[in-house]
Design a protein around this ligand. Structure first.
Ligand SMILES: O=C(O)CCC(=O)C(=O)O
Ligand SMILES: [Fe+2]
Length: 239
């Protein structure tokens, strides 16, 4: 579902229109911003889950490229960004690190039937540079959609659009910040979603928590990288 079979039709959808609108979104200054402009979204707060906020675009629109570029992904997932992504276990791939697998298991608990454990079988890593975006899609490669996707954000803040079961429904926009975890579960599992832009401006990145953990001698390269990037790791039960 990553590519649109009819590009002209895709252009006419509410999701595509929102992508274009939010690609150019400029956050209002927090001070003096009217309260409803930053409506709080209902997100539970856990150790790794910080609040997300619904957004409304402001009038101010710096020029932005509407071209879709694709962040990269890890094996065992083969990606054709004009078409579908597919799992291909014959591709070289590494074991998911134990700490990451156990974090995913814990985070998935609220979306799992009582007594059932989430099996972290694949992790897709998306790297977003300053002008990258991930177009609206539904993740449909997994056999059992009743199992959640645990999606972790690191680095620069982004806008995440969560739409409906068709591209015609107007999506809800949220900020995702470094450390946020989204559980795509239940109904959300069947909904279009995407990332129209990330924020690399120094006053908008909101990466201070991450930066404070990168004070080692060898961390300067990671620090340089993360100031202009967002990394999303999403962990899935495939079978
Ligand atoms: O980058 C994100 O937050 C979303 C990634 C995503 O939806 C995907 O990889 O399928
Ligand atoms: Fe997705």
């Amino acid at each position: 579902m990553y590519g649109a079979s009819d590009p002209a039709a895709a252009e006419r959808t509410a999701f595509r229109r929102a992508e274009k609108q939010y690609k150019r979104y400029k956050p209002a200054k927090l001070k003096g911003a009217s309260r409803p402009a930053l409506r709080e979204a209902a997100v539970t707060s856990r150790r790794w889950l910080t609040s997300t906020r619904c957004l409304r675009p402001t009038g101010s629109c710096p020029p932005g490229s509407a071209g879709a570029t694709a962040p990269g992904s890890t094996a065992p997932c083969s990606a054709s960004w004009t078409g579908r992504r597919n799992y291909d276990v014959s591709l070289p791939h590494k074991k998911i690190p134990d700490a990451l697998a156990s974090l995913a298991k814990n985070m998935a608990i609220p979306a799992m039937p009582f007594g059932e454990e989430f099996k972290p079988e694949a992790a897709i890593v998306n790297y977003y540079g300053p002008s990258d975006m991930l177009g609206g899609h539904v993740d449909d490669m997994e056999a059992d959609w009743t199992k959640p996707i645990v999606s972790i954000s690191l680095g620069c803040k982004c806008i995440f659009l969560l739409g409906g079961k068709t591209r015609d429904e107007v999506p809800t926009a949220m900020f995702l910040r470094s450390g946020d975890i989204v559980l795509m579960a239940g109904e959300a599992r069947e909904r279009f979603h995407g990332v129209p832009r990330i924020f690399t401006e120094s006053n908008q990145q909101e990466i201070s928590a991450l930066v404070s953990q990168l004070s080692g001698e060898d961390d300067c390269f990671i620090l340089d990288y993360i100031k202009n990037s967002r990394i999303n790791i999403n962990i899935r039960q495939v079978y």
